[in-house]
Design a binder for this molecule. Structure first.
Ligand SMILES: *Cc1c(COP(=O)(O)O)cnc(C)c1O
Length: 399
């Protein structure tokens, strides 16, 4: 089948909850994907950062195959020989003490919300059903009914009520607004260190540190959603390291599964995660040997290939190249490491138009929030691959 036939099938039989670019991918390797007509593209979206290691990294594929030959799924009704080592390695990677594994990012966010509430009742002593969690304008934490209950995006919320109570919204970047939202019932602040889906919004410098101090002073947990920003994407292991902030909980997903499997986790201290006792929370597939083996290998590759430093170095190079375009269409270029947003001026037209043109020239990226193009290639990208991508980007943004 050719591209148009595949698209027709997808549109006829698949729900229309996405608006994909018209490219049908058949295979991929590293930063490159090939469509059903044999055309090659550089992937500058990386599955929203799940592909930090590129497509089908040989070591990850090997780890998955090796584990498949042994055992894939056990459930947590039993122990498995990948689970303990995975928990220890991920906890140490995060300089934390304990791990609670799930599968999708949204499930890990739900786990963090539930853990924070339970901690609020069991440890902080908040009155039953009164716990409050502070979230931020333009947040993105996933798609479940509870998570969209604290979304401020009408597309995410309209038609999906009634909403889960217990959440307050503060202005992202405004510390006084956060302060005004804290009450004795506040159990947690849930935040993205850089807002990815909102358009790569970097908070004012010092904001995360002020949030950390406020949490400590008020006995409030800091839940850091690093699902998109974590594991090297921004040129640090975690984006919150730019402000020397240590949260009470990391929420991880996307790249943790090595771009092969959905693997997510909440990583925290023993004091906090001890509120989760047998039977109160779980996941059929969370912590399965296949996921653990792949995630362990992902963490090893991050180290062995110095991908955190590479993201920093290649991100700086990419950013300089983009700034050098001096494109009249561009309003602002922002981001850290290899998480880069290019916001277009309103008169230049919507970002989607530019993404479509880039696709024609062999570069895949996606618009976010109308006016912003997101560039987030695999951390394994080379300078010459960035140069190849830049040729197309230059044509599209300066002609
Ligand atoms: C993608 C994302 C999620 C949700 O992850 P899913 O695996 O799609 O459920 C949550 N938070 C952030 C910051 C994300 O980027």
């Amino acid at each position: 089948m050719n591209t148009q036939e595949h698209i027709r099938l997808a549109e006829e039989y698949g729900a229309h909850n996405y608006a994909p670019l018209e490219v049908v991918i058949e295979q991929a390797s590293g930063v490159w994907v090939t469509d059903v007509d044999g055309k090659r593209y550089i992937d500058m979206l990386s599955c929203y950062s799940a592909l930090n290691f590129g497509h089908n990294h040989p070591r990850l594929v090997q780890a998955l195959k090796d584990q498949l030959d042994r055992v894939a799924v056990t459930s947590r009704a039993f122990y498995n020989d990948q689970y303990g080592p995975f928990c220890r390695e991920l906890a140490e990677f995060c300089r934390m003490e304990m791990v609670l594994p799930m599968n999708s990012g949204a499930e890990a966010v739900e786990t963090a919300v539930k853990t924070a509430r339970k901690w609020g009742y069991d440890v902080k002593g908040v009155e039953k059903n009164k716990a409050e969690i502070i979230c931020f304008t333009n947040n993105f934490h996933g798609r479940t009914t509870t998570i969209i209950s604290f979304s401020t995006d009408p597309f995410s919320t309209t038609g999906f009520g009634p909403y889960t109570p217990g959440f307050k919204i503060a202005q992202y970047g405004d510390i006084n607004d956060v302060k005004s939202k804290i009450t004795p019932n506040t159990v947690a602040i849930l935040i993205e260190p850089i807002q990815g889906e909102a358009g790569i919004i970097v908070p004012p410098s010092g904001f995360l540190r002020q949030i950390r101090e406020m949490c400590t002073q008020n006995n409030v947990l800091l839940l850091m959603d690093e699902i998109q920003t974590g594991l090297g994407r921004t040129g640090r292991k975690f984006a919150c390291e730019y402000e020397d902030v240590k949260p009470d909980m990391f929420i991880l997903g996307k790249a943790l599964g090595g771009g092969l499997l959905p693997v997510s986790a909440v990583v925290s201290t023993r004091d906090i995660l001890k509120v989760m006792t047998p039977g109160v929370h779980g996941s059929t597939f969370g912590g399965m040997p296949l996921s653990c083996a792949v995630a362990r290998t992902a963490l090893k590759i991050l180290h062995d290939e110095s991908l955190v430093d590479r993201a920093q170095e290649m991100g700086a190079y990419f950013m300089t190249q983009l700034q050098g375009l001096k494109s009249p269409a561009v309003k602002e270029i922002r981001g850290k490491g290899l998480l880069i947003g290019v916001e277009l001026k309103p008169e230049a037209g919507v970002a989607k138009k530019y993404c479509k043109k880039l696709k024609e020239l062999g570069v895949l990226c996606k618009d976010t929030h109308e006016q912003t193009m997101r560039f987030a290639p695999p951390l394994t990208i080379t300078k010459s691959e960035i140069d190849t991508g830049m040729e197309a980007i230059r044509k599209v943004l300066t002609s």
